[in-house]
Design a protein. Structure first.
Length: 294
């Protein structure tokens, strides 16, 4: 919003008003200002997630510097560029993928979010953008028709096949993984939420800059989420096996990222490989996102 406002001659300021249950409230104020062209504006429309393998080409120093400057000085940005480091993170992602595909709580979510027919989808993830080959996509569609089919596929090892295509191969074919860290978190809950919003702004500047540079990116949330559940003993699923896996994942994450509680964002980045056609989630219509009140 701030980037768009600048180009329209507006200065944006926001204030966190606190939360009501799971809902967080912000007040955003716009004031007149001199219009300023922002080079990231066009990237807002182009930015997307790319889960597929990238080119085996490292980041050049100029691109890394631009990304680091976009992230800013307030947060720590770590790079993991060697093949060994990328494979260690891929192993963490594989455990998280196994948990995610096995727990019954995600079954309906997967059925709802995958768009089996559209290459460009405003309401889901196109099946062709999942990073899976055509045969695996067909098997996934068949298994998601009924929970019993998914359980049978899981027993036959389908999560490992999915992880091979969604975690291991993409990790090999990428330039780097990166992590945003927050070494010092405010004790006050209000200030802690404000800090997370500021991290979100930094991540968006980083992502939009990557898009402007022609780079592809994939957030890697699952290892952070499930390790958080495991570390804090949160009953995120009724499956005991998956709860134990989350506890082991938390320990493995700590070995890979000492002081892993500081991690707030993990992602994969690289130069996209040539592809036939385009497949991605697109933006929802403005009318679906804005509610005008009197």
């Amino acid at each position: 919003m701030r980037i768009a406002a600048e180009t329209l001659g507006k200065r944006l300021r926001w204030t966190y008003l606190g939360s009501e249950g799971p809902m967080h409230n912000l007040r955003v104020r716009l004031a007149d200002d001199e219009p300023r062209a922002n080079p990231l504006l066009a990237s807002i429309y182009q930015r997307s997630v790319d889960r597929r393998p990238y080119r085996s080409r490292p980041l050049d120093p100029t691109s890394k510097l631009a990304l680091e400057q976009a992230a800013g000085q307030a947060f720590r940005l770590d790079w993991f560029e060697s093949l060994k480091a990328r494979l260690k993170i891929a192993a963490l992602m594989g455990v998280a993928t196994d948990i995610r595909l096995r727990i019954p709580e995600t079954f309906e979510i997967h059925r709802r979010i995958v768009d089996w027919t559209s290459a460009l989808s405003p309401h889901g993830i196109p099946a062709s953008a999942l990073g899976l080959d055509a045969m695996t996509v067909k098997m996934m569609r068949w298994s998601l028709a009924e929970r019993s089919r998914t359980e049978m596929s899981n027993r036959l090892g389908s999560p490992k096949m999915a992880s091979l295509q969604m975690d291991l191969i993409p990790a090999i074919f990428s330039a780097a993984f990166f992590a945003f860290r927050v070494p010092q978190r405010p004790a006050d809950p209000h200030d802690a939420v404000v800090q997370l919003f500021e991290v979100g702004q930094a991540v968006q500047r980083f992502w939009l800059t990557a898009t402007r540079l022609g780079l592809a990116m994939q957030p890697c949330f699952a290892p952070l989420a499930f390790s958080y559940y495991g570390r804090n003993g949160i009953a995120f699923t009724r499956g005991e096996r998956e709860r134990r896996s989350a506890q082991k994942l938390a320990k493995s994450l700590e070995q890979c990222f000492p002081q892993s509680q500081d991690l707030v964002f993990l992602g994969r980045i690289g130069w996209p490989a040539p592809r036939k056609g385009q497949s991605r989630s697109t933006r929802r219509a403005l009318s679906e996102l804005v509610k005008v009140s009197g």
